[in-house]
Write a protein that binds this ligand. Structure first.
Ligand SMILES: CC(C)(COP(=O)(O)OP(=O)(O)OC[C@H]1O[C@@H](n2cnc3c(N)ncnc32)[C@H](O)[C@@H]1OP(=O)(O)O)[C@@H](O)C(=O)NCCC(=O)NCCS
Length: 187
């Protein structure tokens, strides 16, 4: 992995095998495939609906409207050897509005699973979060999501004891990781 700390806003981020870059309209087909591949236990608002939405065109539009200003932002993960976009990784706003404690998020095409890509991409995002002054990162993960829980554990996220029960789709566990920000946190 590239160890040099990323400076705020400096893109793409690079790891040994991946490039993390902003979304392009041409990523919409890959993004749509991610939606179609989601586990049936994922709640309906994150699944393709009965009318086929979001469509590839909807997701192209979504990509064009993004504002990925650090510290938050989702980046497309692209393999450096083939140029293939395999998913995304990044930070989303904290539901409680704490600017310097965003949530990490990652999702990869099934054909890219099991090769360490999510962990590798997440480390680059964590370094960038530290460079942006983030003090802590959060993640919410369904209790049944073994792969994601394992990735988060490998990254050093720990369970906080906070759980949002959901009988229909699986309880959401709140995990967190304390960072060492390399710039003073915002007040
Ligand atoms: C979660 C996800 C991003 C992981 O991507 P990935 O590139 O395969 O992850 P990594 O290879 O870096 O690590 C996966 C780890 O989980 C382990 N794992 C995967 N499936 C597992 C299972 N069913 N049981 C036990 N361990 C499992 C792998 O062995 C690996 O751990 P290891 O390195 O100790 O062997 C991918 O599964 C995905 O896109 N899932 C759907 C979206 C999602 O759930 N996003 C997270 C929402 S919180």
């Amino acid at each position: 992995m590239t160890d040099a700390p990323a400076r705020e806003g400096e893109l793409p981020l690079e790891t040994d095998r991946l490039r993390l870059r902003p979304w392009r309209a041409s990523d919409a087909a890959m993004h749509h495939k991610l939606w179609t591949e989601r586990d049936p236990r994922v709640p309906p608002h994150r699944r393709i609906d009965a009318h086929g939405h979001p469509t590839v065109a909807d997701l192209e539009d979504w990509a064009g409207r993004r504002d990925d200003t650090p510290p938050v932002g989702l980046l497309v993960a692209e393999r450096k050897d083939t140029g293939e976009a395999i998913g995304y990784c990044g930070l989303i706003p904290n539901v409680h509005g704490q600017h310097d404690e965003p949530e990490i998020a990652f999702e990869l095409l099934r054909r890219a699973w099991g090769q360490g890509y999510a962990t590798e991409a997440s480390w680059a995002i964590i370094r960038r979060a530290e460079a942006s002054g983030c003090r802590r990162l959060w993640a919410t993960v369904r209790d049944w999501n073994t792969a994601s829980r394992r990735v988060l554990a490998k990254l050093g996220f720990v369970e906080t004891g906070r759980v949002e029960p959901d009988e229909a789709h699986g309880d959401s566990l709140f995990v967190a990781k304390t960072l060492r920000p390399s710039v003073p946190p915002s007040p």
